[in-house]
Design a protein around this ligand. Structure first.
Ligand SMILES: NC(=O)c1ccc[n+]([C@@H]2O[C@H](COP(=O)([O-])OP(=O)(O)OC[C@H]3O[C@@H](n4cnc5c(N)ncnc54)[C@H](O)[C@@H]3O)[C@@H](O)[C@H]2O)c1
Ligand SMILES: O=c1ccn([C@@H]2O[C@H](COP(=O)(O)OP(=O)(O)O[C@H]3O[C@H](CO)[C@@H](O)[C@H](O)[C@H]3O)[C@@H](O)[C@H]2O)c(=O)[nH]1
Length: 446
């Protein structure tokens, strides 16, 4: 087989950027293609548009060497491999919106020669049947379409790229060895590391991605539902999770009760999986419940806060954590933002903080410039200092699971707040430590 020289990666968002930078680090010549001109300009200067540990260093190392970014599709002519990493957000009905994907496929069609052999690899999370549709759209072209779902976690995405737990590859026809060999060559580094490869058909690969996300989301909703009962009967959900997790069949991961899952994947992927069941005339009982429990969890927590104060009008709260999880600037479906909105709608004043500077910047922009949010802009302040944030507040609300909160100076915090009340939405604080400084502590199911 000829050595693969150039790889094109379409979409330079989270997944595309990690994929592009990672492949460049593995020695490939990579072209990143995105329709967002501002993003492309920044990337070519080595400026990373998103916060992800280790990403900017790798970007700077490779950009304008074996990694370039462009808005033009022309470079795909020179690439045998084209990765599709565009967004597949939720549409108004809960389905995956495939407009970006199909528009990228149209651009590919317009650009490549019908006879030039290409492997089109779909990394984006797409509903069952999408790879088949893409192949159908390209039926007159000499292409193979490969489903290669991505499993990286934000916050540790660079680590995840180099250390995946499995590589799932779905093909049209397993007797056609050419695309299988090409993909094995591209991922030789992982093959040599002994990472398991799952070589299967398109539909299995597509559904594996949704199954994995929905299962993890279900674990979270399971423990969150139990937390509500724990709360009522004075059981401790943290101890329950710990004890459950010691059973290796259950495992301790994704059993942390809190204010629900957020982010760019779980909420939309669970909803899109529900739709795939419904579109196939099957009632998705369990997965629907996962979604409902998650939507309810944040409301339940908010009610807890409201019940304590009676009336939130004019009360000031410090919200510690803005992004959907630690070590990211990503506010997509962030539970913190959902909670802030509820507080603001009820007349409260919010002071928000996150350890990640870009998360603070994104939140400032959201409330200042997003038309639907700007209305609330008067009552929300995003601050760069945690101690400034807690100053004179009626309550502290923890919304992101940063362990670092435990290492803050709680004596100082206790002297700064107006009222010593804490709502720990992630059960991350050590209550015994906080209570020593006179705080009233409320967790989730503890
Ligand atoms: N973010 C994650 O942690 C993660 C992890 C695994 C899988 N996924 C999946 O990967 C896909 C991408 O997610 P993301 O978070 O990187 O999305 P994103 O929104 O961060 O990035 C998508 C990028 O695609 C670009 N784009 C849109 N249409 C284009 C086109 N026609 N041509 C070129 N570029 C185009 C956008 O400008 C944007 O930069 C989704 O399907 C998502 O579900 C995401
Ligand atoms: O015990 C837990 C674990 C997580 N969460 C929340 O769940 C959400 C998602 O967390 P996580 O899975 O760590 O973040 P993502 O970066 O969205 O990664 C998920 O979504 C990606 C996109 O599909 C997949 O690639 C990853 O494998 C999958 O973990 C966050 O809001 C967390 O706060 C909990 O509430 N309790």
């Amino acid at each position: 087989m000829n050595k693969i020289k150039k790889i094109s990666v379409i979409g330079s968002g989270y997944v595309g950027l990690i994929q592009g930078v990672g492949l460049a680090e593995l020695g490939f010549e990579v072209v990143g293609i995105d329709i967002d001109e501002t993003k492309v300009k920044a990337l070519n200067k080595g400026e990373c548009p998103l916060y992800e540990e280790g990403l900017e260093e790798l970007l700077k190392k490779h950009v304008n060497k074996n990694l370039v970014f462009t808005t033009s599709y022309e470079p795909i002519k020179e690439s045998e491999i084209i990765f599709l990493c565009v967004g597949t957000p939720q549409d108004k009905d809960g389905n995956a919106d495939l407009r970006f994907l199909f528009s990228a496929v149209e651009k590919i069609k317009e650009t490549i020669d019908k006879n030039d052999y290409k492997v089109i690899v779909i990394k984006s999370t797409v509903p069952v049947g999408t790879n088949r549709k893409v192949k159908e759209l390209l039926k007159d072209y000499n292409v193979d379409v490969v489903s290669n779902p991505e499993f990286l976690r934000e916050g540790i995405a660079v680590y995840d790229f180099f250390n995946p737990e499995r590589i799932v590859l779905g093909f049209e026809n397993l007797d056609n060895k050419k695309p299988i060999e090409i993909m094995k060559h591209v991922y030789k580094y992982f093959d040599e590391k002994g990472i398991p490869f799952i070589i299967t058909n398109w539909e299995t690969a597509e559904l594996t991605k949704y199954a994995s996300n929905a299962f993890l989301a279900t674990k979270i909703s399971f423990i969150n539902e139990l937390a509500k009962l724990s709360d009522k009967v004075k059981a401790d959900i943290k101890t329950i999770s710990y004890a459950m997790g010691l059973d290796k069949r259950i495992g301790n991961k994704f059993l942390n009760a809190g204010i629900g899952y957020g982010g760019s994947c779980f909420p939309k992927d669970v909803k899109a999986l529900i739709k795939q069941f419904e579109n196939n005339d099957i009632e998705p009982i369990l997965i629907k419940a996962t979604d409902i429990v998650n939507e309810e969890q944040i409301k339940w927590f908010f009610e807890k806060i409201k019940n304590y104060y009676g009336n939130l009008n004019g009360k000031t709260f410090a919200v510690l954590g803005l992004a959907f999880k630690p070590n990211t600037d990503d506010l997509r479906e962030s539970r913190a933002i959902k909670l802030i909105d509820m507080l603001l709608e009820n007349g409260a004043i919010v002071k928000g903080f996150d350890y990640v500077k870009k998360a603070r910047k994104n939140a400032t922009n959201l409330y200042k410039f997003d038309k639907s949010m700007a209305f609330y802009g008067y009552n929300i302040y995003i601050l760069d200092d945690l101690y400034e944030t807690v100053k004179d507040v009626d309550g502290i609300i923890v919304t992101v699971e940063y362990n670092e909160f435990n290492n803050e100076n709680w004596e100082k915090i206790s002297n700064l707040v107006k009222r010593k009340v804490i709502f720990d939405g992630r059960n991350i604080l050590v209550p015994e430590k906080i209570k020593k400084f006179g705080f009233t502590y409320f967790g989730v199911g503890r």
